[in-house]
Design a protein around this ligand. Structure first.
Ligand code: SF4
Ligand code: SF4
Length: 283
């Protein structure tokens, strides 16, 4: 079972929930793996302290220009939908950071002057704890495209953790990285907070998941602040509320110390138990 934990906006508690839920499930005998797909700024490792077990370089394929037979026809620049190639009268300039690795320029070049070659974009690291593994994708500084690394992270988990519960900690927002982190999942948990901003971003996230035809449930974090508009919205949209996590300074204090929270705060543990029970029900 693959479950994405996402949110329309950052700072709603996605990483807090995913890291605590993973540790809780592992403690209760489940085979579970967590992967941090917020590859521009992975931070699950702040709460899960594991030993490094494996490290691999992540590449994406980009065209490299070989001038030997190039006729400067310009077809490569014309076919690229992402403006990653500029064809000058005496030079072909490639911007790898804009390339989506679609192979069109390479395949269509009449003189085979654009062979595709791997270029490093980041790293995938696997950490082991006492009872579960944690996989982290980290984009190199200066790299702009998170999607290829997110996809490779998911592929790594699929290939190496068959039969496990796979929790995918998605990047915030509703754009391509979140879609990549959600599109193959069996269920998407959306975390929000009961504020007008929370509601606005939740609506965007729900619409995105509807387009992807995903089953969804909502967790309301910092319950007790704001108003009940999230509950009303979920009722109107027939979206289950999996749990409500009370707003509590002690939770924030645990978070700021980089500690797991469910082992220390009873109401938080109850919420994590509710999430675990809910997930049992959808299997
Ligand atoms: S399509 Fe090939 S031959 Fe034409 S300009 Fe590009 S690299 Fe040169
Ligand atoms: S592989 Fe695709 S995206 Fe990349 S430069 Fe070629 S045409 Fe553009």
């Amino acid at each position: 079972m693959k479950i994405t934990i996402a949110s329309g906006k950052g700072g709603t508690g996605k990483t807090t929930v995913s890291s605590n839920l993973t540790a809780y499930l592992a403690e209760h005998g489940k085979s579970v793996v967590l992967t941090d797909l917020d590859v521009e700024e992975p931070n699950s490792g702040l709460f899960i302290h594991g030993k490094i077990k494996y490290d691999q370089i992540a590449n994406k394929m980009v065209p490299h220009w070989d001038s030997t037979d190039c006729t400067y026809c310009g077809d490569c620049a014309n076919v690229c939908n992402f403006n990653a190639i500029v064809a000058l009268s005496d030079e072909i300039i490639i911007h790898p950071e804009l390339c989506h690795s679609c192979y069109a320029c390479s395949e269509l070049c009449p003189t085979n002057s654009l062979p595709m070659m791997p270029e490093r974009i980041g790293e995938i690291k696997v950490f082991e704890t006492e009872n579960f593994d944690f996989v982290e994708g980290r984009l190199d500084i200066g790299q702009e495209m998170a999607v290829p690394l997110i996809g490779q992270n998911i592929d790594y988990v699929d290939e190496n953790y068959d039969g496990y519960i796979k929790l995918l900690d998605a990047p915030p927002g509703t754009s391509c990285p979140v879609i990549e982190a959600s599109r193959e999942s069996d269920f998407v948990i959306l975390i929000t907070e009961p504020t007008p901003f929370g509601l606005n971003d939740l609506k965007l996230a729900v619409e995105t998941m509807k387009v992807l035809d995903k089953k969804i449930g909502v967790i309301i974090n910092r319950y007790g602040i704001g108003n009940n508009s999230i509950e009303e919205y979920c009722k109107d949209e027939n979206i289950p509320i999996i749990t409500k996590i009370n707003n509590d300074k002690a939770v924030a204090q645990c978070y700021s110390r980089g500690e797991l929270i469910y082992t220390q705060i009873e109401h938080f543990k109850n919420s994590i138990e509710e999430i675990a029970k809910f997930l049992e029900g959808i299997r």
